[in-house]
Design a protein around this ligand. Sequence first.
Ligand code: PEP
Ligand code: MG
Length: 761
Amino acid sequence: MASSPDRGEGLQRARTLLRNVRAALAQPGHAQQRLDQIVHLIAQNMMAEVCSLYMMRDADTLELCATEGLNPAAVHATTLQVGQGLVGRIARDGTAINTNDAEKTPGFVYIPGIGEERFRSFLGTPLQRQGHTLGVLVVQNQSTRLYDEDEIDALELIATVIAEMTDAGVLEDLQSPRILTDPKMIRGTPAAEGVAIGKVVLHEPRIVIANPVAEDAGAERARLSEAMEALRDEVDRLIAHDAMDGGPGEHHDVLKAYRMFAHDRGWLRRLEAAIDSGLAAEVAVEKVQTETRARLQRTNDAYLRERLYDLDDLANRLLRQLLGMPPPGPDDLPENAILIARNLGPGDLIDYGRGPLLGVALEEGSAGSHAAIVARALRIPLVAGLKGLINDAQTDDAFIIDGDIGRIVLRPEPQVIGAYREKISLREQEEKRYAQIKDLPAITQDGVTIDLHMNAGLLSDLPGIPMSGATGVGLFRTELQYLISSRAPRRDAQAAFYSKVMDSAGGRPVVFRTLDMGGDKRLPFLKGEAEENPALGWRAIRIALDRPLLFRTQLQALLRASKGRPLSVMFPMIADPAEFYEARARLLAERDRLAARGLDMPEDLRIGAMLETPALAFAPQRFFELSDFVSVGGNDLMQFFFAADRSNERVRARYDALSPSFLSMLRKIVEQCDDAGTSLSFCGELCGRPIEAVALAGLGFRMLSMRPAAIGPVKEALRSSDLMRVNAILASALEEGRNPRAEITAYIVENLPHQAAQEMA
Ligand code: PEP
Ligand code: MG
């Protein structure tokens, strides 16, 4: 197959092919005839000996639906699983494969009877629409050669058009439409807690594009430019609206980043290039988005992957502008709506949040996404990472979302709905019970008071401080503000924010943790090198010490924010006491410098360290003596102690915090802090579980900091426990090398009020 001498000629040929394919698709007659004609046209135009079209038969299976050049008897008789062979890999990964020797390409499988042995070169590309793979289009030749850029572009263009027209129903008689009635449960990642029963509302309604090919590129460019203008206005309006709703807050920063994307010249250029190749503006938007999605999904950069949701959101808005469809909003929501989306940008969720929205279920997304941040602020459940959700969800299907454990049920059986109604009513009763003890201290049966603090980090957490029953904020994760900004927040903005946090705490203590980034928290404006093991890499205090300006700006902001009030500052991920000494010295020097300039410095400055590395548990006594306080970050401490990635469910869940070895280390930490007179707290997720919290209190922890929703259940369990008894259980288990979980659980269940014991059991 000869490649075109220049791009202009290649483009011309691709356009002619596009027109012919569209004409073939629009012809009357059976779908099979249209498909046969299309593969023939492609093969002829691209001088390929083979052109085959595979379509998704169901979520897992591809079927050969038409071929020019392979055995005709194999059509509709050959199926491949997604992931199987080169074609299955293209469907799975959503990316093209171009090889001059198919048989030697990783993943190749031999399919008997299809007759492709002779063909060495292979170019396959996915048929995608709105993130769904509908099939795979392949050309093959006998000679061993790589297909050139023009050929790849042409095949991708044709694939885009076939995908559009398939979705518009031109091949309907080939595939019978499905109506799903079976219940389906899908597990995902819990990203915002809460439980709701409602019905499905699809965020991305099926957009039907009747004419994917356009003759007049100039006219399409003009339509695009008009729609782009309208999109930018829409984003500006969103920003103005958000500011009126109490910003500037985290939403505001996110939306500003959004505005930047809407003005991105690279995006516009790619869209115009797609139009120039013969596509209608709407199809150009989808094609560019499909490519962006494929590119970003391959990257290891978590931050960039998160941005994909914003870009998807913008592309959707642009499409709606082109099609004259009003943007989604609260008025589109019926009662009891649970929103289903592949993923959701923060802008959309802010819009929807003004309506009767009960929850959000995402096929992709993650607990760290902007949408999750907004959902928590709106106090509605959000579950992310629900594989296959969109394929199975239909408008108005009954739907249960459980943001506590990260599970959804589609079209649930009446018994399941009943069980969830029960769960919701139990939650309401629980809330009432916790409300009754909200203002009581967490005092155990034998008179020991445990200070229950909350973890926070967002502007939207602040109103919750007085409501939660927390006696303070034991961990304020300052990096969350940075994670949603496209550049480092300025010192004065930081200081204003920290000051607002102290105001909201109303005199309760707040422990500010300095920037804990790196690991899974990649900052948009701080470029580090890609790391093989980011959890063990350049992160937290290591970055702070290596980037003095960034660190100093934050320390100054904290000191200025105090305006004479007491201030507690904690440094994350200390592995070597020297890191703590250095960070502490810089904070004190900053304080002295600002005091010398006449600024009002904290009346009481407490400086502490997070104990998140096993190394620090073995630090010399001097470290404990010099720290005003130590807070055990159990999430990271467990990760490093057991060498088990905290974000990998498979390995994380294997290890128990109540194993004798982990408990022994915690006991050692308690003893060292007691000896040095250092105040000690625990602020990892696990102290928000009643059994673990009681065990930690038994070990000697007197301060626990947790998510606000955990305070009620933990307080209830502590108030019904006798720590002498728990201590005895722990002592004998540790002596005999046993895990005390079963015994402590039995003890708590025995002593809780009847209703709470039933729930725990
Ligand atoms: C921890 O590691 O336990 C902790 C509280 O910090 P983060 O979860 O923010 O890493
Ligand atoms: Mg940590």
